[in-house]
Design a protein around this ligand. Structure first.
Ligand code: URA
Length: 222
């Protein structure tokens, strides 16, 4: 169930407030700013990365460094604007020297992501990198094998009580680091994700058409 705008933002502010004061794992000792995530709380598409990096830790905003710039380009290739999607991470605080997330950190931080997914109730989640892919698909009952096999596939699942589609892909930072991956990620966004976005838009157009027809029929029969 989608929450109405008022309760949606109230719950969002509660989540943000809790993350800002969170001391559930050791990362609170080394972070500068927690990074809760950003975007409209009724966004239809959600992106989940791994953890904030240096620039994100400095600003408190997700994906604002080099990987973020590339993500913004990828979004536009899929016909999306950054301000219309919800962007967050598995971990809300930066691991020192950008090391991999540790199991106790993931366990401590995941309840925030679960609440974000329930709140936003997106139609599509794009997981960026193997951590987000493994964790979210795992929680949706899909066994993770490896990125080479899983990327660009679309899984229709129920995740934390929300029916949605998950498309795993490579992390934008990996694509910047290994140029061979760049065209692979671009294809996932430009073809697969764009196709999903168009499906959502078409569904919306059809729903609006049916609504309009009902309104006209109601008017004529009144
Ligand atoms: N990498 C991530 O996974 N998340 C960010 O917010 C930035 C870089």
């Amino acid at each position: 169930m989608r929450l109405d705008k008022k309760s949606c933002s109230e719950e969002w502010y509660r989540i943000v407030e809790e993350i800002m004061g969170c001391i559930k794992c050791k990362l609170h000792k080394t972070r500068r700013n927690p990074v809760p995530g950003e975007g409209p709380c009724n966004a239809e598409i959600m992106f989940v990365g791994e953890a904030p990096g240096g620039k994100e830790d400095e600003t408190g905003r997700p994906f604002v460094g080099a990987a973020g710039q590339f993500l913004t380009e990828l979004l536009s290739m899929a016909g999306l604007r950054r301000e219309n999607v919800f962007i967050t991470n598995i971990l809300k605080c930066r691991p020192p020297n950008n090391r991999d997330p540790e199991p106790d950190e993931i366990e401590a931080c995941k309840p925030y992501l679960v609440r974000q997914v329930k709140l936003v109730s997106p139609k599509i989640i794009v997981t960026l990198g193997r951590y987000a892919g493994r964790i979210l698909l795992g929680d949706a009952g899909i066994k993770w094998s490896n990125m080479t096999r899983m990327h660009g596939k679309v899984f229709s699942v129920e995740l934390y009580g929300v029916k949605l589609k998950i498309m795993p892909t490579y992390h934008p930072a990996a694509a910047l680091y290994y140029p061979k991956l760049k065209p692979v990620v671009i294809k996932d966004f430009k073809e697969t994700l764009k196709g999903l976005v168009e499906e959502i838009r078409e569904e919306k157009r059809n729903t609006n058409r049916v609504k309009k027809r009902h309104t006209i029929l109601d008017f004529l029969s009144s």
